[in-house]
Design a protein around this ligand. Structure first.
Ligand code: ASP
Ligand code: MG
Length: 457
């Protein structure tokens, strides 16, 4: 599907995250960025910061006091933006209509909620932020057009984590978006889509980056710009390790491992559509565009052995023991078929003669308790094997190049971590990463210790 010579290859898609569109001033910074670059023709927004969380809470169903309180917080965030527009009146009515919708839906959710209703409710955040932003651009004399992404983003009906249909996206985007790009800036929503029956879906929390990469691919754009609140990708989260350094360019392969293992600023699947087509992704801060950022591209010069450390919290470790496994065939297949039927995505796996240990990915789900382990799943698993569950673990990924061929790496990593318990190790599957599972309470210290020893101070 990658367009070899795309008619849109001079254009760029810019995505702005929740904090970048949190309020009027933040939105103006985004407008400055867009107006400073002629090639930006597609703009994708998240909901204003905080709004998605409030909507998720409303969708879970709450008593009327809480509901009033959450609704008021959402209204305040949106009104604060409207009130600073030059002509606020043109947009009040439309936003009020959406707020009334939210009110009605959350009242219904308090009686009986559902995943489909959750996605419908949650989508209002992106609808409102994009409507407000188009108005702000228009009032700055820019030719901007609001576009409902659901017209082109067709997905599976897996609410909360729907899968986009990339073939349909390609043809619909070429039909409806491509003809607009010459004369307008199209402003549209990240994160949301529509399933076959016309119901709204979402792509998983943080899914706007994914939307941006998917559109970059579908339209054959020159670059995907991800504007967030940090000026690029760092050797590790600077909030955990203040000496973390910015990475100027990083190869897709390395960045993909970072994304998979929970680097904060990228959604796990974000890069994939861009990777497929060799479209570079830029990551920068909308508050400080002068500070530059990180370019994720096909290849970099002299890739270092150690590139970055990534952390993924809230991991669940499942250990499955079965004597049936001894010299058996098909046991793993049975286990994974079962997990897949329950929509469980597995991160790490290790096996011994009679056991399998695996970690489950609990991020990115809109399920409110964050747990994917249902009773139904555990009951089914226990017919196959003995099951042990350990919660609150954390995954630390060491990302780099040619790691599986380096000498002395074990000594370097495990020597630095001699005072910690490492519950599980995954090494050798990729030359780009070594993964350690540690107790959640130790995670930050493990990162700090490793960063000091592998990257210096
Ligand atoms: N607004 C959605 C969320 O908070 C999607 C996104 O920000 O990418 O998860
Ligand atoms: Mg976000």
């Amino acid at each position: 599907m990658c367009a070899v010579s795309s008619p849109n290859s001079q254009y760029v898609v810019a995505k702005f995250g929740g904090t970048s569109v949190a309020d009027f001033d933040a939105m103006n910074h985004c407008a400055d960025i867009i107006l400073a670059n002629e090639s930006v023709r597609v703009v994708i927004l998240s909901a204003s910061a905080g709004v998605t969380n409030l909507l998720v809470a409303l969708a879970a169903g709450c008593d009327s006091d809480k509901r009033e309180n959450y609704l008021k917080q959402i209204r305040d965030i949106q009104y604060a933006i409207i009130e600073q527009l030059k002509e606020p009146d043109v947009i009040y009515e439309e936003i009020n209509r959406l707020l009334e919708n939210i009110d009605a839906l959350s009242e219904a959710a308090a009686l009986a909620t559902s995943e489909a209703m959750t996605d419908e409710l949650v989508s209002h955040g992106e609808i409102m932020s994009t409507l407000l932003f188009v108005e702000l651009l228009r009032q700055r004399n820019t030719n901007a057009e609001w576009f409902d992404i659901r017209r082109v983003m067709r997905t599976s009906a897996h609410f909360g984590r729907a899968e986009p249909d990339t073939l349909q996206l390609h043809s619909l985007a070429m039909e409806y978006l491509h003809p607009r790009l010459n004369n307008t800036i199209v402003v549209t929503q990240g994160f949301i889509g529509r399933e076959e029956k016309g119901r709204t879906t979402t792509l998983g929390r943080g899914g706007s980056d994914y939307t941006a990469a998917l559109l970059g691919e579908a339209l054959g754009l020159r670059r995907v710009d991800i504007w967030t609140d940090v000026p690029g990708i760092y050797t590790t989260d600077p909030r955990i390790t203040p000496t973390a350094k910015r990475i100027n360019t990083i190869a897709f392969d390395e960045a993909a491992e970072m994304a998979t293992f929970g680097a904060k600023i990228l959604h796990p699947a974000t890069l994939l559509p861009a990777v497929r087509c060799g479209i570079p992704v830029f990551v920068g801060s909308s508050k400080d565009p002068q500070a530059g950022g990180t370019i994720v591209c096909d290849k970099t010069e002299n890739p270092p052995l150690y590139r970055a450390l990534a952390l993924r919290r809230k991991q669940t470790l499942l250990t499955l023991h079965s004597l049936k496994m001894l010299h058996a065939r098909g046991f793993l297949a049975e286990v994974f078929t079962l997990l897949s039927r329950h929509n469980i995505s597995v991160d790490l796996i290790t096996t011994s003669e009679v056991s399998i240990a695996l970690t489950l990915d609990t991020t990115g789900s809109t399920s409110t308790n964050g747990s994917l382990l249902t009773n139904a799943l555990l009951t089914e698993l226990s017919t196959l094997c003995r099951v042990e569950v350990e919660e609150d673990m954390a995954l630390v990924a060491i990302i780099g190049n040619e790691l599986s061929h380096a000498k002395g790496l074990g000594k370097e990593i495990f020597g630095a971590l001699e005072s910690f318990n490492i519950r599980m190790i995954s090494y050798g599957a990729s030359s780009h990463n070594v993964c350690l599972l540690v107790p959640g309470k130790d995670a930050e210290q493990v990162i700090q210790t490793l960063h000091l020893s592998l990257f210096g101070s």
